[in-house]
Design a protein around this ligand. Structure first.
Ligand SMILES: [Zn+2]
Length: 631
């Protein structure tokens, strides 16, 4: 993407850092912010700000480094119509030549209040996280960072915003941001610090539903706020509502503490917005297909999503690596500990999906098998880029194309985190003779009194120290070994220690089948080494695997298999038939404007990963998947 500006920005950041230190003792101004979302269906949001200022030079910034996205991907290109004025007079501005997110102003003598107005134009592209499409005819997700500027020289926690939001007539809304007043379609929020505001998006829509998921006896309120492109899409079943209530109860047992005032799952159901999940301290911003609650396959595929984002309230928001906790949005993040921030969250999110009933143990194991297989063997990217570099380079890897992912590697610290932290759990189990587990670490590391949305940063050494309190072990050596490894093998020690192993058979796991059907794709990665779309477009060709060796690359299009027009079923049948013949698989491929036939010498049939019991070993996996509420 276009976000490779961090090195340039460093030059600009240093004076900022100095200014912040010298100014932080001063009282920060209260800024009035009016966001008009009445034209959300037309994909344009209007902002007006009224900001106390002093005469002289002033720098206004548009948030650049977006928390949770771990990248300088604030959508600066979509800020339009910027006008500054005071007492009815236009005041000129000039963009910084090194930092595209900063605007310099000279405030004239006598001016005490600066008026700022601009529009945020909503993109239609459904990629790019919060900077992607966020409005439809029927709903809108408002990420405040897109609709405000802030004066440089203050910590985000010191600046106070008094925000109002005007919605399209009759639309309802959900947010963790406390409301002061509502007058028709205008919502006035209680004054909040800039970091709290940016951390509290609003979802809104014509079709809107709130579901209470507070478990009995739980003093803190939890709800799921849903906006959808149709009324029918909001039909969450009572059973699913119970699973999410279980999820809230299970986190209470797992962490033993909460660090928020109340919690809002913000769930957007639309095929016309960017689809992802983004964590916040007192809410999340999860966006999935319109029918995700009512279609069983889609429900199975999104089961891990809300648990993942919810875990982030503890791991990522309350406890966050120091390197990922800059004090304002112009300051760069260092992403070297995302293997904890994201990796451990992925592990715990999957676990909680199983413990709360969103996944059966069998579905959890299918997911575990697919995760393991996606990391190796046969994934060559591991041989040059260690896990550590996938996290160090995350700010660019999040925006890398799908093609050649197997050789480039992507942000697979999520996937490897599942294996890594399962292994940590198993080591704790072994070292303490079954007396302790990673759950004990969670209670110690994420516990403490609830002071609301508080940030408590940590370092690698602090993480290791707390693990040592649970189970003494050379944790630093262990992590460095995993982080620096360039082995082509995935680290499967945790699966094996839990009494299971990864095997390959010709039976396709239902979870993979669901994924293929929902994403119109086909996974032949473990046989000939291809990932394809249903129309034959090759998304990836795994280096060292048979199709790659024959000359096939991502971006080409598979047209025919053994002379017959390609469909996923035709390729599957040919893979199966290839077991009984010495003839190669003959693939007709379109490369740009030219057709070419490739002979792929492969006779292993269809291959899919599964985790199966290792005889003679205790089943610890089954044990850790059991709900804590039932123990
Ligand atoms: Zn995450």
């Amino acid at each position: 993407m276009t976000r490779l500006r961090s090195r340039i920005c460093l030059f600009f950041i240093m004076p900022f850092a100095f200014t912040v230190l010298s100014l932080q003792a001063q009282t920060a101004p209260i800024i009035n912010l009016e966001v008009d979302a009445t034209q959300a269906p037309q994909n344009i949001i209007h902002s007006r700000m009224s900001m106390p200022v002093s005469p002289g030079p002033l720098t206004l910034c548009y948030p650049k480094w977006i928390p949770g996205e771990h990248a300088p991907d604030g959508p600066i290109v979509d800020l339009t119509g910027l006008k500054l004025s005071a007492d009815g007079q236009t005041i000129p501005w000039r963009r910084d030549l090194l930092d595209m997110f900063a605007f310099h102003v000279n405030v004239p003598a006598g001016v005490r209040t600066l008026e700022v107005s601009f529009d945020y134009v909503e993109p239609s592209a459904t990629s790019g996280f919060t900077a992607g499409a966020s409005t439809t005819e029927k709903l809108a997700v408002i990420s405040w960072n897109q609709n405000l500027l802030y004066p440089a020289g203050h910590l985000a926690e010191d600046l106070v915003y008094k925000a109002t939001l005007k919605l399209p007539a009759g639309w309802k809304f959900g947010t963790a941001l406390p409301v002061a007043n509502q007058n028709g379609d205008v919502v006035e929020f209680r004054p909040a610090s800039l970091n709290r505001l940016v951390d509290s998006p609003v979802i809104s829509g014509q079709y809107f539903r709130v579901v209470d998921v507070t478990p009995p006896g739980e003093p803190i309120h939890h709800e799921i706020d849903m906006a959808a492109d149709s009324e029918a899409a909001l039909d969450m079943s009572p059973a699913l509502q119970q699973d999410y209530t279980n999820l809230v109860a299970e986190t209470g047992k797992l962490f033993g503490a909460r660090h928020y005032r109340d919690y809002h799952f913000l769930l957007t159901l639309s095929n016309h917005v960017a689809q992802f999940g983004l964590e916040h301290h007192e809410s999340d911003d999860s966006r999935v297909n319109e029918v995700s609650l009512i279609d069983p396959q889609q429900r199975e595929l999104m089961a891990f999503l809300l648990p993942h984002e919810f875990v982030h309230s503890w791991n990522g928001k309350f406890r966050r690596p120091k390197d990922l906790s800059p004090p304002y949005y112009e300051a760069p993040m260092k992403t070297d500990m995302l293997w904890v921030y994201e990796g451990l969250t992925e592990y715990l999110g999957d676990l909680l999906a199983a413990r709360s009933g969103l996944w059966t143990p069998e579905q959890y194991r299918q997911s575990l098998a697919l995760t393991s297989a996606a990391l190796g063997p046969g994934r060559p990217g591991r041989t040059w880029r260690p896990l550590q570099d996938t996290t160090d380079a995350a700010q660019s890897l999040y925006f890398a194309p799908a093609e050649w992912t197997n050789w480039r590697r992507g942000v697979d610290f999520y996937d490897e985190g599942v294996l890594l932290w399962l292994e940590v759990n198993m080591i704790i189990n072994q070292q303490t003779h079954g007396k302790k587990s990673l759950d004990d670490f969670c209670r110690l590391f994420y516990g403490g009194p609830n002071k609301g949305p508080q940030l408590k940063p940590y370092t690698f050494q602090e993480l290791v120290d707390v693990l040592n309190q649970i189970a003494p072990y050379p944790w630093a050596d262990f992590f460095h070994k995993r982080l620096d490894s360039t082995s082509s093998e995935a680290p499967l020690g945790g699966i094996e220690a839990s009494g299971w192993k990864v095997v390959y058979t010709d039976v396709e796991p239902p979870l993979l089948k669901a994924s293929e059907q929902v994403h119109d794709s086909m996974n032949a990665a473990y046989s000939i080494g291809l990932l394809l779309k249903d129309d034959g477009t090759i998304e990836d060709s795994i280096v060292t695997m048979p199709a790659y060796k024959a000359g096939i690359a991502p971006g080409m299009k598979l047209v025919a298999v053994n002379g017959r027009s390609f469909t996923p079923e035709v390729l599957r049948a040919a893979l199966k038939a290839g077991k009984d013949t010495s003839q190669p698989l003959r693939l007709l491929v379109l490369n740009d404007d030219y057709y070419k036939t490739y002979d792929v010498d492969y006779h292993g049939g269809e291959r899919y990963p599964h985790v199966v019991r290792e005889s003679g070993r205790r089943d610890l996996l089954d044990q850790i998947l059991k709900p804590l509420a039932s123990r």
